[in-house]
Design a protein around this ligand. Structure first.
Ligand SMILES: Nc1nc2c(ncn2[C@@H]2O[C@H](COP(=O)(O)OP(=O)(O)OP(=O)(O)O)[C@@H](O)[C@H]2O)c(=O)[nH]1
Ligand SMILES: [Mg+2]
Length: 194
């Protein structure tokens, strides 16, 4: 994918604040601090289109971006960070759920997991939930650069087993080395029909 433009559109917490539904859209989600913003920046070749943080759980809004003026990317807030106050934790579920259920132009969700961590019940629930609502998912194992090739392979197998998916359904990625970038784009292009 050749990126000619990548522009921030707006932040929102509720549907009345979302931009109009006229472009195919891909949303990105995963645990706080997993590397969602870094993945988006890597895909669009920008250092800082999406703010990355060393303070986990900072991005608490739904952020909309337009890429090449023809499709849109949505950075959803991360879930499951222990230090986030309960008031924010309790708004995460409904805010994301409302977005995923109501957004007519949503073509798929890129679900980002840390390759070093075996996913648990929250991840399983989220994937099951995407199936239930018929939303295609692209499953990513990020921060692959933090493991040796052998450990990457072991984690790849173990995570596929934990999620009950085929190994080929998991894309190994790194924002640092850009490993897997083309595979992620291929998967996104299939969903947006480009
Ligand atoms: N080594 C390595 N570090 C990464 C990678 N991706 C992200 N990071 C680092 O992980 C931290 C969090 O990255 P973000 O992209 O801000 O994560 P996020 O999921 O958007 O975080 P929140 O929006 O706060 O939930 C930053 O310090 C990044 O530099 C990666 O592939 N490899
Ligand atoms: Mg972020």
């Amino acid at each position: 994918m050749i990126i000619n433009s990548a522009d921030f559109v707006k932040s929102a917490v509720k549907p009345s604040q979302y931009p109009s539904e006229d472009l195919p859209e891909i949303a990105f989600t995963g645990r706080s601090n997993v590397g969602k913003s870094s993945l988006i920046n890597t895909l669009v070749n920008r250092k800082n289109l999406v703010k990355t943080s060393s303070t986990p759980g900072r991005t608490q809004l739904i952020n909309f971006f337009i890429i090449n003026k023809v499709f849109s990317f949505v950075d959803l807030p991360g879930f499951g960070y222990a230090k986030v106050p309960d008031t924010i934790k309790n708004t995460w579920g409904p805010m994301i759920e409302t977005y995923l259920k109501t957004r007519k132009t949503l073509k798929g969700v890129v679900f980002i997991m840390d390759i070093r961590r075996i996913p648990g019940i929250q991840e399983l629930n989220f994937i099951e939930w995407l199936h239930y609502f018929n939303i295609p998912g692209i499953l990513i194992l990020t921060k692959s650069d933090k493991l040796s090739k052998i450990k990457q392979k072991n984690q790849h197998l173990a995570i596929a087993k934990a999620l009950n998916v085929k190994e080929e359904e998991l894309i190994l990625f790194s924002a640092k080395s850009r490993m897997g970038k083309d595979d992620v784009w291929d998967a996104i292009e299939r969903l947006i029909g480009h």
